[in-house]
Design a protein around this ligand. Sequence first.
Ligand code: GRF
Length: 208
Amino acid sequence: MNDPYVRPRQGTLEDPLRIAVLISGGGSGLFALVTHQLSIPSCYATKLIISDRRDAKGLIFGSEFEIPAIAIELPTTNDTHQRRLFHEELIHQKLLESQIELVVLSGYMRILTPSFVKKWKGRLINIHPSLLPKYPGAHAHRDALADDAKITGCTVHLVDEGVDTGKILAQSEVPILEGDTIEVLQNRVKKVEHKLYPKVLDKYCTTG
Ligand code: GRF
């Protein structure tokens, strides 16, 4: 049976919830999130940025915002399952060491194993670029265009043991326009993601 979600404590202005943001690429979502946090008195604070790729451009925001930003890459072992578990254990230890209370996936392109999810369930949140349950997985925009959909969007959800199947917290719609390419659509969806994710975190971190 799947484990229940265990919510983080309620963040306060005096003692903001300590969050880590996990990325794999450009980090525009991370940038939007931290910019939002710094623009208002916030009940959560980004204390750590982790990328699974050393070349992730988003790591640069660590120095810009004076937040520790590190790459934890996949170890080189032959057994792919062991490698995933070991990688996640390195991340888990770093999260504990930094006293992280909520893990925010923002363009983190690895699927987490049930063993990692179990440790953080309810304290592990993701944004996905489609209106789930439509178009789960790594190619949401491609799949929406191939489906000739007229509407797509983004979903903020808690992470469970499945792929993009966790409890939905909020969604925003985005139109698909004639002639859209994956890139054009991705940029339109990202603009909406950058508003939705901070809004959901504001709520999730203060309702305990
Ligand atoms: C976002 O669209 C996110 O939903 C998806 O990957 C993209 C990440 O973009 N999983 P960025 O790295 O935040 O620019």
